[in-house]
Structure formats: C-alpha cells, structure tokens
Design a protein around this ligand. Structure first.
Ligand code: ADP
Length: 491
C-alpha cells in the first residue's frame, strides 16, 4: 500500500491523513467546493475536487469516488466514519477493482448493520442480548402478541435503523399498533425496509461500548470500554474511559464478550461493540459498529495504540501484532464534543465564519478538528467543530484538565456549546459518576446557559496577541491588563 484515498471530510479526514503520513503513505483528499478551504483539503499529497452538489452527489457517490481512486492510482480507501464507512456495496465495489477497503469484510458489515440478523447471530454465540422479539413473522397481530409477552414499556426498532430513526417507545398495549405504524413508515422512508424488532425497554441504562480489533485470521483483542451515556437525542456529548460503572470483574466479562463476538465473526478491522448496562448491572449486546468511532481517541489515549494505524496494518493483510496482555489501560481519558449549536435556543444548529481558532496552552490536550481560522461552518454537514481530548492519571485531575482546556481554547465566531460542556463537568452527579443515558435531559434546565461573548472575545484576543511575533520593544510597551489589577481588557 502506497497511496490512500480518504473518502471523508473535515475532522476525521485530517485525523486519518495524520496517521497515513506518519506511516509514510501518500494520501488523496476529495473535497466539495464548499470545503475547499478546510485543512483536510490541503493536507494530503493530492487533492481532488468533487465539485458542488448534495452529499449523495459527492461524498457518498460511490462511482465517482471509485473513478477518482482509479485515476489517481489509490491502492486503498479509508472511509472514516459516517458516509460510506458502513456501506457494504462500497467495500465490494473497491475490492472488485483491486482497491483495498480499509474496513471489515462486506458480509460482516451487512450482518452487523441489521438489528434483527445481528441479534440472532449474537444469540447463537450464547452472548446476552436485550430480551425481545427478532423473528421473521412481521404480521402486526403477531407482533402485538409478542409485545404482550415482553411487557411494557418496550421499544420498536427498525431492523435496518440507525441514529435513533425508526425507533419508538411504547408505554402500554393500547399504543402498540399506532407506534408500530409510525416506526414502520419511518423505516420505509429512511431505510427502504420496514422489518422491526421488539425489545424490552431498559430503565435508565448506561451506554458502554468496547473498542475491538480483529485481523480476519482468527485473532481479536479489545482496548477496553468507553462510557458514552452523556447523550442528547442519541447524540453523544461527553465520553470517558474507564467507566465508573464497571468493577474489574464486570469489565473483564464485558470486554471478553466483545472479543468472543470478534472471534465468532472472524472480524477484520476496527469495530465497536455497543452494550447497555441496566441498574442491576446486567449487560446486553446492543449493536456493533463496523468502523472507526468518533470517540476512538480516548481509547488511543489510555492504551497508546493508534487505531488508524492498526486499521491500515490489518487492511494490508498483516496478522494482529498486539497481544491482549500487551494492551494496558493507563489513567483516565475524556472527550468533549464542541458543536456549532446554541444551547440557550434549543440547541439550534449555528453557522458562520470561525474568526479565530487557536491552540490550548496545555500541549498535552488533543484537539481534533477539521477547521482553522477563517473557515466557514455550514449547516449542510455534521455540526461538530472539534473534539477536545484529555488524559491524566486520575479522573479527578482529568476533569480539571478538561475544564481548563475548554476554558483556554481560543475559539471565536460561531456560537457553540462550550459553556454547556463546562457546566456538565461541574455538575455534581457527573462528578460522582452517577448518570445514565437520560441524565443529560434531566439536568438540562440547570445546565443550559449561553456562551458569554465578551469572555470569548477576551480569550481569542489574548491568544492572538500571544501568537504574534511581537518585537521586544513592543513587548516593553505592552501592558498586560490582567497584571494591572483591574482585570479589565483595555486594548
Ligand atoms: P441506533 O442504531 O438507532 O443508534 P441503538 O439500538 O444503538 O439504535 O440505540 C440507540 C440508543 O437508544 C442507545 O444508545 C440507548 O441509549 C438507547 N436504547 C437502545 N435500546 C434500548 C433498550 N432496549 N432500552 C433502553 N434504551 C435503549
């Protein structure tokens, strides 16, 4: 493998380019005209415009991407996350053209992408799944009978669903048929397939997921868990590892289960096994994501393993060099996602120009972003601007480190959830680790506050001055307003 095309944009494209270049690989970025000034479009060895158009016409246009990969002689394609990352046809199309897809085998993507099939497969391995119905008989009357057996509340989930779409909660028998119709019509609209499964609704669960790697040669390892229970409308906001909900015994049991699944599938690539944990600490398989996950960085921080590098090595047909006993979890890692949204206005997505984006003072803070000063944030793509990742020896010290990082990050121009994130980190139940997937909604009234623009401006100005090459003479004349006692910004 010499040249990798990155079939993605912004933050994850930049992330993948970094590892490719570290490994001595050339890269090809593909970008739309809207994105031509983003860093990822300039960081690659070669950059190719996809022109303008919808996502369907550009970033998920399989034929167009294949054509570019062939023309520019890519040996492999990394799909990042989202877009074509879990599209089994894309993987096949590439492989049929002798281009390596840096991801799992198509049949694993297909199997794990379907909630009905994946649950049945996991059950066949004798691994725990949420009690429910995942049968072929999709007749409404039959489903209603099955629902009565499971009991209420329950969840109806579109078998091909994702991102919470086609998922409905049913509180009582009388609502069942109406919610079934809703779930089915949503499923047809988004996924073109109205098969559903039924699941017992677990009250106040925690979302725990396990990072795994498999080489497709029978070897599999885990890189411990991530806890992602701090969510808003199925969107993860803060993730951490280790999870405070697990003791060593439970951790071993959950992680071993994930490795059993990797081996059962003879899985090739990086993946994430998602589980839910109930209040009595029973855990159940939820789904497997057959790609790199947004929050993969915190697993990298506690283990020191570069997951993109592992993906590439596995795609090059190498045997997994990592042994389970070599993978240790050190300290605590945390990720906060900065979104372009207004917490004081129902999290309305925001757009605009980034007037200034600088670096944090602490060089150990990892800022994974797809943007730089002067870039425009639009509303056509994901509203995530940056992921802030910190790592420290203990959770307590790491929470402080993250708060400092969020406070220090010089960012100006687009309204965002920075203060909201800081408020979460200060929230007593978060600090105690006393939370589940509905906690954030419950804390909402006490958390939502708008970003103080004055303060934002002061951070940015301060950092801007710090980043300039100011002559000694100018420094002598420069009066630091913060050292003058007034604490007031003067210039
Ligand atoms: P999707 O593929 O649409 O994201 P998932 O099955 O992964 O759907 O579930 C999304 C989220 O919904 C989970 O992270 C969890 O918070 C919640 N959830 C899923 N299944 C259950 C369940 N049986 N009981 C309670 N909450 C659930």
């Amino acid at each position: 493998m010499k040249r990798v095309l990155i079939a993605n944009r912004a933050e994850i494209a930049t992330r993948v380019i970094r590892t490719c270049h570290k490994m001595g690989l050339e890269t090809i970025s593909i970008y739309t005209e809207d994105d031509k000034n983003l860093p990822f479009a300039k960081q690659s060895t070669y950059s190719v415009s996809l022109g303008s158009g919808t996502v369907a016409e550009t970033y998920i246009n399989k034929e167009k991407i294949l054509e570019i990969a062939k023309k520019y002689k890519a040996d492999a394609v990394h799909p990042g996350y989202g877009f074509l990352s879990e599209n089994s046809e894309f993987g096949e199309l590439l492989e049929n053209n002798n281009i390596t897809f840096i991801g799992p085998k198509s049949k694993n993507i297909l199997l794990m992408g379907d909630k009905l099939e994946s649950k049945n497969f996991v059950k066949s391995l004798k691994l725990p799944v949420v009690p429910g119905y995942e049968g072929d008989n999709q007749d409404a009357k039959h489903l209603e009978q099955e629902a009565l057996k499971i009991g209420f509340p329950l969840l109806i989930k579109a078998s091909s669903g994702g991102g919470g779409k086609g998922m409905k909660i049913v509180h009582s028998e009388k609502d069942f048929l109406e919610q079934l119709n809703r779930a089915k019509s949503e499923a047809i609209k988004f996924f073109g397939n109205d098969r559903v499964i039924l699941e017992k609704f677990i009250i106040n669960p925690r979302h725990i997921e396990v990072q795994v790697l498999g080489d497709g040669k029978g070897n599999g390892v885990h890189l411990f868990e991530r806890e992602c229970s701090i969510q808003r409308r199925y969107q993860k906001v803060v993730e951490e590892t280790p999870s405070l909900a697990l003791d060593d015994k439970l951790r071993t049991s959950i992680c071993d289960m994930a490795v059993d699944l990797v081996k059962g599938l003879n899985y090739r690539g990086a993946g994430t096994v998602e589980l839910i944990l109930d209040e009595d600490k029973n855990y159940y398989f939820l789904e497997m994501n057959t790609r790199l996950q947004v929050e993969h960085g915190i697993s990298e921080m506690i283990t020191g393993v570069d997951l993109v590098e592992q993906q590439i090595l596995i795609a090059q047909n190498e045997k997994l060099a990592l042994k389970q006993e070599d993978i240790q979890s050190n300290g605590h890692a945390l990720e906060c996602r900065i979104y372009a949204e207004d917490p004081s206005n129902n999290f309305l997505p925001q757009s605009g120009e980034i007037k200034y984006l600088g670096k944090t003072i602490d060089p150990t803070v990892r800022v994974d972003t797809g943007y730089e000063t002067g870039n425009k944030v639009g509303i056509n793509y994901d509203p995530m601007i940056a992921k802030i990742l910190t790592h420290d020896h203990s959770r307590e010290s790491n929470l402080n480190k993250m708060k400092n990082a969020l406070n220090e990050l010089p960012f100006l121009g687009v309204k965002n959830n920075r203060d909201f994130l800081i408020n979460i980190l200060d929230f007593k139940d978060f600090c105690n680790g006393n939370y589940h997937t509905h906690s954030l909604e419950a804390w909402m009234d006490q958390l939502s506050q708008s970003e103080s623009e004055d303060l934002e401006m002061a951070y940015a100005a301060f950092h801007f001055i710090g980043s300039q090459n100011i002559s000694e003479e100018r420094i002598e004349k420069f009066i630091d307003p913060w050292s003058e006692g007034s604490g007031e910004w003067l210039g």
